[in-house]
Design a protein around this ligand. Structure first.
Ligand SMILES: Nc1ncnc2c1ncn2[C@@H]1O[C@H](COP(=O)(O)OP(=O)(O)O)[C@@H](O)[C@H]1O
Ligand SMILES: [Mg+2]
Length: 577
């Protein structure tokens, strides 16, 4: 119970933070209340028509007034419908903005744990559910409530005995609808979770379509997809069954009540204790009341749904952002990088890095070697601040890198990774990606960096040149081409520190040669960290750090390590002879 309350509280505070346009909401609500009040007057008018139908009473002015009232009502109805929809749309836009901005600033570790499709579903679907509640179900609930109270008061005044008789239907309807509503809430929660999971799976498969094909995994994927689709289908059927129950049940109750009213009312009319017009009015009110009562159950269902959606939205909004959104802006030129006693683990499990200590003077080239899985890429992740060390500290000059703003720190680092990642878009967009005022960068500058990265020749062979589309994740380019564009990106940013993670590992020997030359050029005058898959590229390094199972087991130049480090000597013998 307590949890439920806090859920509702969370829901309300989320709506608060979404900055509901209150005026529009209130005006919209008032509008729909007016519409509804006019609606309440219709049975009364009808009664007058039925009972005292005299042509003289229908004066021209009365007719005109009635017509004007109805036109006004239509206008008010339209305006309030629009206002409420606009409020809903505003809220959903605001929520999506909040979530998107948040997602962009969440730490890498958050994305390690979740399928990206799931986050997509949260931003797209869950926000939509909250919108529906605000702009549709909530106003329906309010006006429904007022309709019921209004109608019942009028009816009590008209004829309390009949009213009480009719009201028997209300508890009966509720008794039927409430359990159905609860059931419905469960179903729709399951439906949402399943939708998110299904989206996640599909997206995952589609984004690795080549791997899927190469592994001839069509059958397996078919089965996996079938499973998800079957689950969704199951939920859909459950939903349909509930709806199938609701409709006929309500219909039956309504028919029963109508029969009772007409039966009892008929007797009263025959007795002369009630007018025909009143009987007609009664029936009309009955119709007006029955819809809101049924929609109440739906409202509670929607409320449950929205609470579920809200919980998941809040879950995302509450994850702490990467630290360093704010911080020092510092020029790191000619500053020494110092890594001292750094340990790290991804989760609770064993340490991936333990007590790593080394430093890099400005302009030095520090190389990392060691068996795969030793923790080299992880160390780069710590320097780039994708993750934070669990122990120890990384300093630039005298300042801990934690104190710098992420923007300041990362913008001065060039990171060319193993995957040679690219965005969909043109070569130009990829080169300037993330740079402020990128439209001011001239073609000349771009060609220059392309040339420095030995990328100009192949870019010129494309008929669209810099405006060639590279496809999703750069699939239209070869690995070597992608990597050279990444190096050109780095040139354009002119980073002070360079990190190269097996940048040539996935290339054939010819493009490896070109890329290696581009890299040597890029390294000139910058502090460089290199993870080498080939020792030949690092024999000239100022220091080589050998990492095994998360620990440094040797530091020195190539010659020194050959002398002192058994495993390094083996590596060298395998590769350099
Ligand atoms: N995102 C991650 N989550 C959990 N464990 C990881 C993650 N990335 C790497 N690891 C683990 O950390 C260890 C070191 O990996 P890595 O730094 O990539 O090694 P290297 O680059 O030296 O080959 C490996 O055991 C790997 O399984
Ligand atoms: Mg690695």
């Amino acid at each position: 119970m307590k949890e439920k309350q806090s859920e509702l509280g969370a829901f309300i505070s989320l709506l608060r933070s979404a900055n509901i346009p209150k005026l529009a909401l209130i005006v919209g609500l008032i509008g729909s209340i007016i519409t509804m009040l006019v609606g309440l007057s219709i049975p009364l008018l009808t009664r007058e028509l039925v009972d005292g139908f005299e042509v003289e009473a229908l004066s021209a002015t009365l007719i005109i007034i009635i017509v004007i009232v109805f036109i006004l009502q239509a206008v008010v109805d339209g305006a309030s419908t629009y206002l409420l929809a606009a409020v809903g749309q505003r809220i959903v836009a605001r929520l999506r903005e909040m979530m998107w901005f948040k997602l962009l600033r969440l730490p890498v570790s958050y994305f390690d744990k979740r399928a990206s499709g799931e986050s997509v579903s949260r931003v797209v679907n869950d926000t939509g559910i909250v919108k529906d509640l605000i702009s549709q179900h909530f106003p329906q609930f309010i006006t429904g409530l007022i309709t019921i109270f209004g109608a019942i008061i009028i009816l009590l005044i008209m004829d309390w005995k009949m009213t009480l008789l009719m009201l028997v239907a209300v508890p009966v309807t509720f008794a039927i609808m409430m359990p159905l509503g609860t059931r419905m809430a469960k179903v729709s929660k399951g439906l949402q979770d399943e939708t998110a999971a299904f989206t996640g799976e599909i997206q995952q498969t589609l984004s690795e379509i080549r791997l899927m094909k190469a592994s001839t995994a069509e059958r397996v994927e078919e089965e996996k997809g079938k499973e998800g689709i079957k689950n969704l289908f199951g939920f859909g059927l459950k939903e349909a069954r509930i709806f199938a129950l609701i409709g006929p049940l309500i219909y039956t109750i309504m028919m029963l009540v109508i029969v009772i009213i007409i039966g009892y009312g008929g007797i009263r009319v025959a007795e002369g204790s009630m007018s025909t017009g009143s009987l007609v009015a009664f029936l009309l009110y009955l119709f007006q009341i029955i819809y809101p009562i049924t929609s109440f159950a739906m409202f509670f269902t929607e409320l449950q749904k929205a609470k579920g959606a809200t919980t998941r939205i809040i879950e995302i909004l509450n994850v702490p952002e990467e630290s360093g959104q704010e911080g020092l802006e510092m020029d790191i030129t000619n500053k020494q990088v110092q890594v001292s006693h750094v340990s790290f683990s991804y989760g609770e499990e064993q340490k991936v890095l333990e007590d790593i200590t080394f430093d890099a003077r400005p302009g030095e080239m520090i190389a990392f070697a060691g068996p795969s899985g030793g923790g080299k890429t992880t160390l780069f992740g710590l320097i780039e601040r994708y993750y934070e060390p669990t122990k120890g500290e990384i300093k630039i000059g005298e300042t801990s890198i934690q104190q710098l703003s992420l923007r300041s720190w990362r913008s001065q680092i060039g990171y060319v990774s193993q995957e040679s990642a690219m965005m969909a878009g043109t070569i130009r967009e990829n080169l300037t990606y993330g740079l402020p005022e990128s439209e001011k960068i001239t073609d000349e500058q771009l060609w220059k960096v392309a040339e420095m990265a030995y990328a100009d020749t192949f870019i010129r062979t494309f008929s669209d040149g810099l405006d060639t589309e590279v496809g999703e994740r750069g699939v239209k380019l070869s690995g070597g081409q992608r990597q050279r564009i990444n190096i050109a990106r780095a040139f354009l940013r002119n980073p002070k520190i360079l990190m190269l993670d097996e940048a040539t590992a996935s290339l054939d020997s010819q493009s490896e040669h070109a890329v290696q030359e581009a890299l040597s050029r890029l390294m000139e005058g910058r502090t460089t960290f290199v993870i080498a898959h080939r020792l030949s590229t690092i024999v000239d390094a100022d220091n080589i750090i050998f990492i095994e199972k998360g620990r440094i087991t040797g530091i020195g130049t190539h010659q020194e390590l050959i002398q002192s480090h058994e495993l390094y000597r083996q590596f060298a013998e395998q590769q350099l002879t």
